[in-house]
Design a protein around this ligand. Structure first.
Ligand code: ADP
Ligand code: MG
Length: 318
């Protein structure tokens, strides 16, 4: 029997909540069901799957709940909230995928693994936090939180009443702590959901103790680490566009098909991919191939199966 191709799939925000939606349970279940249809197709094409996903809107909502209900129940810090979203989103995928396979009379184990991701103490982002999280505040509220809780706050919108937000560090992922567990699940033929929301960032003290951090790891970069730690063949990044483009949004915009790492590096250096959206995807895609992965693909959810067949998407190879 030939070895199956192992694919790590990083799902973008739209796989769970569309930008214009409120994020009700019905909204989220419908989006996850659409996503799972594609995952089932990949499973039927004999790919082994590890799924990772973003958690921005879900973590944002939970952070609001912690704050608004703080006089009723003890608020939980960001690392706990990150773990909560891994369980919340993983559960929806487990439930909906299991129901699809049940109807097809297939018995496929599916497991979500709450994942911690090690970061380095000397990461430059700890000195200059860059990632806005949680609710928007008025200037007065923001400065009060700075005073009372030591939050780092920044004005993130030029106009409006609530234009301030808390910002936290977004350090580089260094190591997936639960690699052995994820590998064991894959060896047991399970579909695994891991490193959701980029994983819970943890730091290691001199005595080896891991401590959870109030920080966020980019999910595309953590997904790359995950793909490398389990020796995946393909790193598939699914977002809301079919291709990465050069001259994005300009009249001379051009979709990128199959490109080499050096072409991708050149375009990245020329600033074609925006920081905070396509930038980290292309960075993660390049890193995967440079570290020995066969190919990275950036495409949309609907095009995932075609892109795996080489018919569309931005495919980065050596
Ligand atoms: P996700 O939730 O999937 O991580 P993001 O919004 O972070 O989604 O990233 C996808 C977005 O990146 C696209 O919707 C597009 O607006 C933006 N983008 C920025 N630069 C480019 C580019 N060069 N080519 C294509 N899309 C780009
Ligand atoms: Mg993103």
């Amino acid at each position: 029997m030939s070895e199956k191709t192992l694919v790590v799939i990083a799902l973008g925000g739209n796989a769970i909540k569309q930008a214009k939606e409120k994020g009700t349970v019905e909204n989220q279940r419908r989006n996850v069901a659409i996503t799972c249809e594609q995952l089932v197709k990949m499973n039927e094409l004999n790919y082994k799957l590890i799924i990772t996903h973003g958690n921005g809107p879900q973590a944002g909502s939970l952070l609001i709940q912690q704050e608004e209900a703080k006089d009723l129940v003890a608020p939980q810090p960001m690392d706990i909230v990150g773990a909560m979203t891994q369980g919340q989103i993983g559960y929806m995928f487990q439930n909906i995928l299991q129901n699809y396979f049940m109807r097809k009379k297939k018995n496929i184990p599916i497991a979500t693994l709450i994942t911690q991701v090690l970061v380095k103490e000397d990461d430059p982002d700890f000195d200059n936090p860059s990632k806005p999280v949680g609710p928007f505040y008025t200037e007065e509220e923001a400065l009060n939180l700075k005073e009372t809780k030591g939050y780092i706050v920044k004005k993130v919108k030029p106009k409006g009443e609530k234009t301030w937000r808390r910002v936290v560090p977004s350090p580089e992922p260094y190591k997936i702590v639960e690699t052995e567990c994820i590998q064991a699940l894959i060896d047991a033929h399970a579909i695994v959901i891991a490193s959701g929301g980029g994983g819970v960032p943890v730091m290691q003290k001199a005595d080896g103790t891991l401590i959870g951090l109030e920080a966020v790891i980019d999910k595309d970069k953590a997904g790359n680490k995950l793909a490398l730690s389990v020796n995946a063949d393909i790193y598939l990044i699914l977002t809301d566009v079919e291709n990465a483009c050069i001259n994005f949004g300009k009249p001379e915009e051009k979709s990128l098909g199959k490109i080499t790492v050096s072409e991708a590096e050149k375009y990245l250096a020329e600033g074609h991919f925006l920081a905070g959206s396509m930038g980290p995807k292309v960075t993660a895609a390049i890193r995967f191939v440079k570290a020995g992965g066969k190919q990275s693909i950036i495409t949309s959810l609907a095009c995932a199966v075609d892109a795996l067949a080489g018919k569309t998407g931005t495919i980065i190879v050596k």
